[in-house]
Write a protein that binds this ligand. Structure first.
Ligand code: FES
Length: 287
């Protein structure tokens, strides 16, 4: 084996011979991810009974999780499936000492874990937040790369978060369906239709599907461990699924970034409508 060749590199944080604006990418990513994390954290606490948010949250009688437009239910993806601690239905079995938690807190751990351990996001936030590495051929503040050891072995949970993330796709699709069901309880009338909110939720499902089904772990799940693509119907189906996942995987970064933005936008859309800033216009059907 030949000897490893060390390229000459100037030393010192951010020192480089590069003359391009190498810092733009990591800086933009840090801002983008920082805004998304701050927004989702703010919203995650919003429906909780914390005094600081009481003027916004359920404790003040204002619900900002879902629009009830002609009694169609347009639920924010940050709060779906809706678990109301202490309430009826899904929240019923929640122990009383957890009733202070917001509905989002019960469920965001899974999407957050999925994104936080995603191979693409790891690359992005290691660079953006920890300068590890700073950029190609740019000196970094820390010593050598030690790999994902110690606490970072938690990243190996990605495939398990992926299973959980897949379960969200039918749940969020069901929310799209719910947003097309209109009811007039006074007259007992039912109708179907769709609003801007329906389209917002539907696009959210499309983007999240593109992101989750192009996941490296999903690609391995459907096509890994075999070289037989033709001998049976199952083998051919696996090949088709693997090909489809590969097709999505090529642009995994784009799916990751656009789907993240759209989840937050979908939530903000619903928040803005519940606050009366925007109106969820019914585009077709309804009552
Ligand atoms: S690798 Fe990105 S979601 Fe799995």
């Amino acid at each position: 084996m030949g000897e490893a060749v060390k390229l000459p590199m100037r030393r010192g944080f951010g020192v480089t011979d590069r003359i391009d604006a190498w810092w733009k990418g990591p800086t933009a990513m840090a801002i983008y991810l920082g805004v998304m994390i701050a927004y989702s954290t703010w919203r995650g606490f919003m429906e909780a009974d914390f005094w600081i948010f009481s003027e916004f949250g359920r404790s003040a009688g204002v619900q900002t999780m879902a629009i009830e437009n002609q009694h169609s239910h347009v639920l924010s993806p940050l709060f779906s499936p809706l678990i109301l601690p202490g309430g009826e239905g899904l929240g019923g079995p929640i122990p009383e000492f957890l009733w202070w938690m917001s509905p989002a807190m019960f469920i965001l751990i899974f999407p957050a874990g999925f994104r936080g351990t995603c191979y693409y996001y790891r690359k992005a936030y290691y660079r953006a937040f920890m300068a590890q590495p700073t950029a190609c051929a740019v000196s970094k503040p820390w010593n050598e790369y030690k790999g994902e050891t110690k606490l970072l072995v938690v990243q190996n949970l990605h495939r398990y978060f992926m299973y959980a993330a897949l379960a969200y796709l039918p749940i969020l699709s069901y929310d799209v369906l719910l947003s097309t069901q209109f009811h007039d309880s006074a007259n007992g009338t039912d109708a179907i239709g769709f609003s801007v909110g329906t389209l917002v939720l539907a696009l959210n499902v499309i983007l999240l599907s593109g992101y989750a089904l192009g996941c490296h772990a999903f690609r391995h799940l459907v096509g890994g461990g075999t070289s037989d693509w033709t001998s049976s119907g199952i083998a051919r189906l696996k090949y088709k699924l693997w090909s489809f996942s590969t097709y999505l995987n090529v642009h995994h970064k784009d799916w990751a970034l656009f789907s993240l933005f759209w989840v937050m936008f979908a939530d903000f859309y619903i928040y803005a409508c519940t606050m009366g800033w925007w109106t969820d216009a019914v585009l077709w059907g309804g009552l």
